[in-house]
Design a protein around this ligand. Structure first.
Ligand SMILES: [Zn+2]
Length: 439
């Protein structure tokens, strides 16, 4: 928890069910990718600059920070010339994309935008990368922080892996894709895929492309869903959220960088964890739609999906690093939608002795029936807790799991058990036994 989290976007997905709107899975898109990084022979803090280079003073980490600050400021000011000045090759794909980003971002009301060099990782340049660029090339880990004005109390924190090349004029930016061979993927935003319009309606905003799907009634439905989510989630939350509307499913895949089949999903709730010693915060909450599979549904179905996603957003302030998916998805269904989004056929078919809480992985892999069953089990158990103990106690359990992992050691099972004992006075296993006995 002391280290910055690589590939930090955390997603809670909503399945596009045949039966109903769908259900959801909590996934950490990739939490362990730093292990793929081989130690690099070049120190991150002493780039190999020729001593004879007159501009050597620019070519240290302080010089790179100045470049990153300049570029970030240029994005805020919508100033393409300042970005151009720091590109190695403005006609490369990367150069073109970063210059386009300046105008694509122009309408997004950014309260802040920053690019921060993070020295927790060394230079990530591989032999292959060194063979492609001038001597002294580095691939550096940079944390991008952006806040949408009126929506993000704390900036979203995302990962960039930037190739930087030393020149007589200082560091030049050359690529953001050279660490992909190591499994380290730079963040993709909607504005990396074309101009972005922002339509704001009180506590909700749609970020969409002018040539993308019409957002029409989306904002009104989202406002109504937000009121419902606020009524049904007992704890405080910011009660506002931006909704990202990609052009199509292909673009959605590029934004999320997930490896599972997106055709099963109608929407995602994403956020970025920021954790330093003893703290954990999920920032940059967004709802991301799979437009073709969301927008063509009936209005009441869309609103139900939005309530589900908004429950995920609402739980974020109380979340922690070890909240199990069954609790996330059970709450979004039992407290949010107040129903199982994929019906109950699969869970009803299980014998009493077979019902058990699904693992996190069983929410995204194992095939459609396994995934649907996981959501139905999560709904059934959390709905049992809600009916037996009330929504306030379910929220208290969630809060205790989130907080507990910051206060006490132990794995996810130990955290949930401790929280169950704190809130309900008995172990998770005892609660599960009681649930089975009601079936
Ligand atoms: Zn969900």
């Amino acid at each position: 928890m002391q280290q910055p989290v690589l590939l930090r976007r955390l997603g809670l997905a909503t399945l596009a069910g045949l039966l109903a709107a769908g259900c959801a899975g909590s996934i950490v898109v990739d939490g362990g990718a730093d292990r793929a990084v081989a130690p690099a022979p070049v120190s991150a803090t002493s780039p190999p600059v020729s001593p004879s280079d007159a501009s050597a003073g620019l070519l240290d980490d302080a010089g790179l920070r100045t470049v990153l600050d300049d570029v970030a400021e240029a994005f805020l000011r919508a100033d393409p010339e300042s970005v151009r000045a720091h590109l190695l090759d403005e006609e490369s794909q990367f150069g073109v994309e970063w210059l386009e980003r300046v105008s694509n971002l122009a309408e997004v009301p950014l309260a802040s935008y920053a690019l921060e060099l993070d020295e927790s990782l060394p230079d990530l340049a591989t032999e292959r990368v060194r063979g492609q660029y001038p001597d002294g090339v580095q691939v550096r880990y940079v944390v991008e922080r952006h806040a949408i004005d009126g929506f993000d109390e704390t900036p979203a924190a995302e990962d960039l892996f930037l190739t930087v090349v030393p020149t007589r004029d200082g560091w030049k930016l050359a690529s953001d894709r050279d660490a992909e061979a190591l499994g380290l993927v730079s963040v993709d935003h909607l504005w990396d895929h074309g101009p972005v319009r922002v339509t704001i309606d009180g506590p909700v905003a749609a970020l969409h492309h002018p040539d993308g799907p019409a957002v029409g009634p989306l904002l009104a439905e989202a406002r109504s869903a937000l009121r419902t989510a606020t009524e049904r989630w007992p704890l405080a939350w910011p009660e506002r959220v931006p909704i990202i509307v990609p052009r199509d499913e292909e673009e959605l895949g590029e934004l999320l960088h997930v490896t599972f089949d997106l055709s099963n999903f109608v929407a995602f709730a994403t956020a970025t964890p920021v954790s330093v010693l003893g703290t954990y915060e999920l920032t940059g909450s967004r709802i991301v739609l799979n437009p073709g599979r969301f927008l063509n549904r009936a209005p009441e179905t869309r609103e139900s999906i939005l309530v589900h996603e908004l429950l995920h957003v609402a739980t974020r302030p109380a979340s922690g690093p070890m909240v199990p998916s069954w609790l996330e998805e059970g709450i979004a269904q039992a407290l949010g939608e107040q129903r199982s989004t994929t019906g109950t056929r699969l869970v009803d078919a299980l014998g009493t002795s077979s019902v058990a809480l699904p693992t996190d992985g069983e929410f995204t892999v194992g095939g459609r029936d396994r995934i649907f069953l996981s959501y139905q089990l999560a709904w059934a158990f959390v709905d049992h807790l809600r009916r037996t103990h009330g929504a306030d106690q379910v929220a208290a359990l969630y809060e205790a799991v989130g907080r507990g992992a910051l206060e006490e050691p132990g794995n996810e099972a130990a955290q949930v058990d401790r929280a169950a004992t704190e809130v309900f006075g008995r172990s998770l296993e005892a609660l599960v036994q009681e649930w089975r006995a009601t079936r």
